[in-house]
Design a protein around this ligand. Structure first.
Ligand SMILES: Cc1cc2nc3c(=O)[nH]c(=O)nc-3n(C[C@H](O)[C@H](O)[C@H](O)COP(=O)(O)OP(=O)(O)OC[C@H]3O[C@@H](n4cnc5c(N)ncnc54)[C@H](O)[C@@H]3O)c2cc1C
Length: 245
């Protein structure tokens, strides 16, 4: 089975996010980048499915050369090979078209993405890729099993669970529960240096949307500790300051 895992290069979850260019661009200065956590889940699942000679795992990133440490980490976790489409990911439509174009000439049985990226949180790339390739698409998968040519997928829905089957090839967006993310060991890190990382040029795609500005959330206020004996003071503050009663 040939499995493609699309990985996004995102800021470490502990990063302090700031903006430049009159709040129109994310400031990458001093930021540590990681594999998008939902993509780590997809990667771990793919590696498990391909274990014992059952398949081959390719990781793909649409990004500039600066994303290569993240790609190498995916190889260190156990992916067999990597592809980097050499372009800044300008918007979800642009990214999805790059992925779809690659898959048209390099078909896969299973295409995994994360449920969303934790930076721009669009949750769009997976369904665009499926649509562009005329493939079935299942979002927010919580469990994924493959038997022969069929995937059985569990999804969490309001108040319950949905179980569905779909024939391969399929594009699946993975969420928590599908697999435990892998931590690369020293051997994996050494091996990753020798694994193929093919850099291919992007295709021409029109950028459909343009970010004009970002706004940071209002900083949280300081915590006001009230003595447990001062119930009246607490009630007064909830009324006059917090305005919740
Ligand atoms: C310099 C810069 C400028 C940008 N300007 C804009 C802009 O003007 N307008 C705009 O809409 N967006 C802009 N973006 C955001 C960027 O285009 C998003 O990363 C892209 O739109 C993907 O959407 P998402 O992050 O919401 O992905 P989602 O749809 O939330 O991602 C779902 C899944 O798709 C896969 N995926 C996502 N991105 C990639 C990738 N790059 N390579 C491989 N797989 C991927 C992953 O598996 C991920 O889990 C900019 C990004 C950069 C770095």
């Amino acid at each position: 089975m040939k499995i493609l895992v699309c990985i996004s290069n995102v800021p470490d979850t502990t990063s302090k996010i700031t903006f430049t260019n009159n709040n129109a661009s994310f400031n990458e200065n001093g930021i540590q980048f990681i594999i998008n956590p939902y993509d780590e889940i997809a990667l771990a699942k793919a590696i498990g499915l391909a274990a014992n000679g059952n398949g081959k795992v390719t990781v793909l990133n649409v990004g500039e050369v600066s994303t290569e440490p993240t790609i190498r980490k995916a190889l260190a976790c156990g992916a067999d090979e990597a592809v980097r489409i050499d372009a800044a990911p300008r918007d979800a439509w642009f990214v999805a078209n790059q992925i779809a174009d690659y898959v048209r000439t390099n078909p896969y049985d299973l295409i995994l993405t994360g449920r969303e990226s934790i930076d721009y949180n669009g949750a769009q790339v997976q369904s665009y890729v499926a649509e562009l390739l005329s493939l079935p698409s299942v979002a927010i998968a919580k469990k994924l099993d493959i038997t022969d040519n069929e995937a059985t997928i569990e999804r969490e829905i309001e108040g319950g669970k949905e179980v569905l089957t779909v024939n391969l090839p399929v594009v699946v967006g993975t969420a928590e529960g599908v697999a435990e993310p892998k931590i690369p060991n020293v051997r994996g890190i050494m091996d990753a240096r020798k694994k193929p990382l093919n850099v291919i040029p992007p295709i021409e795609v029109t950028q459909l949307s343009k970010i004009t500005s970002f706004e940071s959330p209002v900083p949280r206020g300081t915590v006001n500790l009230i003595d447990k004996e001062q119930v009246n003071q607490l009630v007064e503050l909830l009324h006059s300051e917090a305005k919740v009663i």
